[in-house]
Design a protein around this ligand. Structure first.
Ligand SMILES: *Cc1c(COP(=O)(O)O)cnc(C)c1O
Length: 362
């Protein structure tokens, strides 16, 4: 497959240093976007073509665009970190690129070559490098690669034209507040994904399916929803946008990739980091009754959620119909904190990158 060239068309009206610095001082999550974006077109006739870095701005779209009607969309999420020497690096971008290809295949969309995906991210980070927060905190530049159909029409079938884009948004430590353990609502009525469905593809449809349960969780004073398997409604799968880990003393356990949960890159990296630190790390099923019983009898010492946006976040309290329980006294546990620090140290360039996970950009 031909990797398209990315033509650079810089913005003539980038934000001033003062404007940018004001945004970087309190970035929140996904609130502000950098000065540029990357676009690459695909058509049945021409394949991938017309790669461009252009000023960030609105897309013009026909109301009958297929994406708007049938959710023909996939996305990715990754971060660029500023290292102590001032260099900027992304974390395992080839994993995001490969997952993007798998999501595309599942949604019958064209597969972007791995090199084109990484190049598009690199070009944007390089151009908007001043938006990568200074080294020292947990701030980073969040990258959002995504693909939409651009064909116009209401027929239900794969489109003959698509657009791949990358946008970037500075994100703060707020999205990763480790001192505020989450309260989780265990949804026994709604499921997120089903066997044979699209639960293991990173696509907007899964998020749309999760919103009603999320609203119910919020009403009950919970931060996030935990979903169970769709068939037996018994096996713990994941949260709406984060994978889960259970800590039993020196052993950590995460649900296996059955096809209905998203194969998180953070999840995968934690298996390795935990083994490096001498923990036993396992992929095996945990039932919701087991979770409750083990938390109540104290063998389950900690639970945490993980993903690119929030890194590792402790789960303090769990609520299900008729029961509420806590683990690690509702506080951040020590294994959670240790794994979190170990992973962040690699991402922030503070320790040797012995697995070759960091990709230097600028
Ligand atoms: C993106 C995502 C995750 C986390 O994946 P990472 O690669 O670790 O960021 C977990 N669950 C869902 C549903 C997701 O969309």
């Amino acid at each position: 497959m031909v990797v398209p060239v990315i033509e650079i068309i810089p913005s003539k009206s980038i934000r001033s240093d003062a404007e940018r610095e004001a945004m970087l001082a309190d970035p929140g999550f996904g609130r502000y976007f950098t000065d540029h974006m990357v676009t690459i077109k695909w058509s049945e006739k021409r394949g991938w073509h017309e790669g461009q870095l252009v000023p960030y701005g609105p897309l013009s779209m026909d109301p009958a665009n297929m994406t708007l009607h049938y959710a023909h969309e996939i996305f990715e999420g990754m971060k660029a970190y500023r290292h102590p020497d001032g260099e900027v690096a992304t974390f395992r971008p080839e994993e995001n690129a490969e997952r993007f290809r798998r999501s595309a295949r599942r949604l019958a969309m064209p597969e972007l070559p791995v090199e084109a995906f990484i190049k598009a991210c690199d070009v944007l980070v390089d151009q908007d490098e001043l938006w990568v927060p200074a080294h020292g905190g947990e701030e980073a530049l969040y990258l959002r690669p995504f693909m939409i159909a651009t064909e116009v029409g209401l027929g239900v079938r794969p489109a003959d034209e698509y657009l791949f884009l990358v946008i970037a948004s500075p994100v703060g430590a707020l999205s990763t507040d480790v001192n505020k353990p989450m309260t989780i609502w265990l949804s026994e009525d709604h499921v997120r994904a089903v066997p044979g469905g699209i639960g293991d593809a990173k696509t907007g449809g899964n998020y749309a399916a999760s919103l009603l349960a999320q609203v119910e969780a919020t009403t009950r004073g919970c931060d996030q929803v935990c979903y169970l398997d769709a068939v037996e409604r018994r096996w713990v799968e994941e949260l709406g946008g984060m994978n889960l880990y259970f800590v039993y003393g020196d052993k950590i356990v995460t649900p296996p990739l059955t096809g209905s949960l998203l194969p998180g890159i953070t999840r995968d990296s934690i298996l390795t980091v935990a083994r490096d630190l001498g923990y036993v790390a396992e992929e095996s099923r945990v039932s919701v009754d087991q979770w409750q019983a083990d938390a109540e009898n104290g063998t389950l010492t900690e639970v945490f959620a993980c993903g690119t946006a929030a890194v590792l976040t402790p789960v303090g309290t769990v609520k299900r119909t008729g029961a509420t329980w806590r683990q690690s006294g509702g506080q951040p546990g020590k294994v959670t904190l240790k794994l979190r620090e170990a992973l962040l140290n690699i991402q922030q360039g503070l320790v040797e990158d012995k697995h070759g996970w960091m990709h230097m950009v600028a």
